[in-house]
Write a protein that binds this ligand. Structure first.
Ligand code: NAD
Length: 257
C-alpha cells in the first residue's frame, strides 16, 4: 500500500459502515489512504475499519450521526488527532423513507425534516467541518459528495429524498467555485439504482422495484457499491486533478433512456 494512488492521504467517509461508503473505504485504504470510517450504527463501522486494518491498511472507526453538528465536528477533530490531517472528504450517509416519503400533498413534516436532516443537512455539516480543516491546512483537498440519479429526474415517489439529492449536486458546485482558489476540488456522484437501496428492508415492494427498474437500465442489471466506489476513489486521486464542479452519473444508462 506504500505505492498506492492515495498514499499519505487521509480520508473521512460518512455512512461508511455499509454499501457505497464501505466499498469506498476499502478501496481508498487499498490505495494507501488512512481512512476515518464514520457512521451509525457503530457495529458496521467497526467491522469495516477492522477489516481494513486486518489487511494491513490504516483506519479508525468513529460513531457519527451526521444529523448532529457536534458529532460531525468531533469526527473531523478525531480524524486529525489520529492521522494529523484531512485531505479527502466523502459526504455519503443517507436514508430513504421509502414508505413515508411520498404523496407531497399529504407528506408529514417530520418525514421531510428527518430525510433532509440526514441526507442534506448532514452533508452540509460534513462539508462545513471538513472544509474548515482543509482551509486551515492550506494544502488543498478533495470533496466527493454522494448524491443520486433521483436528483436529475422527477420519477421517484420519494420527494424529500430527491429534492435533498438535487441540492447536494449544487453544494458540490458551490464548493468548486468558492474554494477552487485554495486548491480544493469538489464533485458529486449520482449513482443509479443499486441492488440494495438505503433502508432497503423498508421498501414496500423491493422485488417490484427491482424488475421495473432493470427494464429501464440499458446494461440490464442493478448496480452494486463496487460499481460506484472506483469512481469516488478516482476523483480523490491526483489523476483527477482538473475535475471540479462536475456531476458524474454512474447508472448503467438509467437516466438516458
Ligand atoms: N443504493 C442505491 O440505490 C443508491 C442510489 C443512489 C444514491 N445512493 C446514495 O448512496 C449513499 C450510500 O447509500 P448506500 O446505497 O451505500 O446505502 P447504505 O444504507 O448501505 O448506506 C448508507 C449508510 O448511511 C448510514 N446512516 C444512516 N443514517 C445515518 C446518520 N444519521 N449518520 C451517519 N450515518 C448514517 C447507514 O447506516 C448506512 O451505513 C446514500 O447517500 C444514498 O442516498 C444510493
Amino acid at each position: 500500500m506504500n505505492n498506492g494512488k492515495l498514499t499519505g492521504k487521509v480520508a473521512l467517509i460518512t455512512g461508511a459502515g455499509s454499501g457505497i461508503g464501505a466499498a469506498t473505504a476499502r478501496l481508498m485504504a487499498a490505495e494507501g489512504a488512512s481512512v476515518a470510517v464514520t457512521g451509525i450504527p457503530i457495529d458496521g463501522v467497526i467491522a469495516v475499519a477492522a477489516e481494513i486494518v486486518a489487511l494491513g491498511g490504516s483506519a479508525i472507526a468513529i460513531q457519527t450521526d451526521v444529523s448532529d453538528s457536534a458529532q460531525v465536528e468531533a469526527a473531523v477533530a478525531q480524524t486529525v488527532e489520529k492521522f494529523g490531517r484531512l485531505d479527502i472528504l466523502v459526504p455519503n450517509a443517507g436514508i430513504q423513507m421509502h414508505k413515508e416519503d411520498r404523496n407531497l400533498h399529504e407528506l408529514p413534516e417530520e418525514v421531510w425534516d428527518r430525510t433532509h436532516d440526514v441526507n442534506y443537512k448532514g452533508q452540509y455539516f460534513a462539508c462545513k467541518y471538513g472544509l474548515a480543516q482543509m482551509v486551515k491546512q492550506g494544502e488543498g483537498g478533495v470533496v466527493i459528495i454522494v448524491a443520486s440519479v433521483t436528483a436529475l429526474k422527477g420519477t421517484t415517489p420519494n420527494v424529500s429524498y430527491s429534492t435533498g439529492k438535487a441540492g447536494l449536486v449544487n453544494l458540490a458546485r458551490h464548493i468548486a467555485v468558492h474554494y477552487g482558489d485554495q486548491g480544493i476540488r469538489a464533485n458529486s456522484i449520482c449513482p443509479g439504482a443499486l441492488e440494495r437501496t438505503p433502508d432497503h428492508d423498508n421498501h414496500p415492494n423491493p422485488k417490484g422495484r427491482d424488475s421495473a427498474t432493470v427494464a429501464n437500465v440499458p446494461l440490464g442489471r442493478l448496480g452494486t457499491p463496487e460499481d460506484i466506489a472506483p469512481f469516488i476513489t478516482f476523483l480523490a486521486t491526483d489523476e483527477a486533478s482538473y475535475a471540479t464542479g462536475a456531476n458524474f452519473v454512474i447508472d448503467g444508462g438509467l437516466t438516458v433512456i
